[in-house]
Write a protein that binds this ligand. Sequence first.
Ligand SMILES: C[S@@+](CC[C@H](N)C(=O)[O-])C[C@H]1O[C@@H](n2cnc3c(N)ncnc32)[C@H](O)[C@@H]1O
Ligand code: SF4
Length: 459
Amino acid sequence: MTKPLDFDQELIKKYDRSGPRYTSYPTAPQFSADYTAETFKRCVEYSNNEIIPKPLSLYVHIPYCDTICYYCACNKIITKNHAVTAEYLQLLNQEMDMLAPLFDADRELEQLHFGGGTPTFLNDEELQTLMQSIEQHFKFAEEREMSIEIDPRKVSNETIHLLAEIGFNRISLGVQDFDATVQEAVNRIQSYELVRDRLAAAREVGIESVNMDLIYGLPFQSESTFANTLDKVIELRPDRLSIFNYAHLPERFKPQRRINEEDLPTPAQKLNILQLTMEKLQQAGYVYIGMDHFALESDSMVKAQQEGTLQRNFQGYSTHADTDLVAIGVSSIGSVCDSYSQNSSNFEDYKARIEAGELPIVRGLVMSEEDRLRKQIINQLICHFHLDIQSFEQHWHLQFNDHFAHEITELEAMAKDGLLTIDDQAIQVQPKGRLLIRNICMVFDAYLQHNVVQFSKVI
Ligand SMILES: C[S@@+](CC[C@H](N)C(=O)[O-])C[C@H]1O[C@@H](n2cnc3c(N)ncnc32)[C@H](O)[C@@H]1O
Ligand code: SF4
């Protein structure tokens, strides 16, 4: 059975601090320019020579959006000029020309994800062209997971039909909030009926799984407005839900300066909204998977968590076995053979490098053994709320108590607060600690002391 969640407002207040979401460890601020395209090529070569090379995933970043949502912290380019995409598709094609031959030809593509920005900024013909280009460069596995982020305002039911035809079997709809006042304050107007119709179209064409993104902490949200939004979402019954805490970092994301801070819910209101969200979703049959994510009891994510096979990746959680992640497009992040690599986030620089016949990788990180073992702990805790200390010691040939003496002292303080239990056998996160899993993982983050200012609040 999935373990319950214990919502303890006092504890949440006590542990309220900034921290990473651990879609990677080490996290992106650790990436450095010492990692170059040459480093990446060596990592790929190494990955090809592993006894059993991993299958591949491909992430394609489409940065364009034609209007700005003020809250947005994604890597995007706002433009009304749809002519820009022809050049972008050309660049993606050239990037794949350079990348694909580096990987052994028998390594199959098991996962594909289009993210953004707004992938459906591309028109239907362009989506088809891009898919053909991917097929020309990579060999798809028979069984594959193909997912795409969809802004319901920027997609027609016909495009949803096309997406299914070209192989997409998972979609994620950006909903954020259904309240009209909230929508106006963040410059994103979309009706319930619109979302309902796009979801119906997705189901009609047999899309296997639909996720919806919501954000709590947006301007003018209150318990009652968010309760209404949740009621509508529950009525639509997406298979999965991502409920993000609004990361308000106006120094970093300029459009967020158009949101008045006095319109934001107070920390106390946010906690009430969060509590209400937890209660409502659990009553409606959703299981809390972990950091920001929920899924219906029947969803494969719940099964993967129960069976101990859930993974953490840049999209949040995944039921898919470990792959080497190839990433194309401006700002995209890949991960091959215990390393991370990131393309230039500056479009002109990205373009210039590709046109010069270079991979546009500008930074990254090769994990040390210490990084790898800490990553394993963080992934175990984030995905399964449990770490088997004995098998960890056997795997890494170390004494947990010696290696993590400092961390254990911190964990013991958390154990006193009821967040977890720890003994020689295991760390077990308790119902009170599940919402604070980010804080527990932060104990094992060796880089954090220097970094916290760059991250959003935990709750
Ligand atoms: C890359 S966006 C793609 C979705 C698509 N462009 C759309 O808007 O429908 C992915 C998700 O990130 C979330 N997001 C964006 N900015 C955020 C912020 N500042 N804080 C929390 N979540 C945010 C939103 O829920 C959004 O749907
Ligand atoms: S939330 Fe989506 S549509 Fe809005 S600006 Fe960000 S990426 Fe673009």
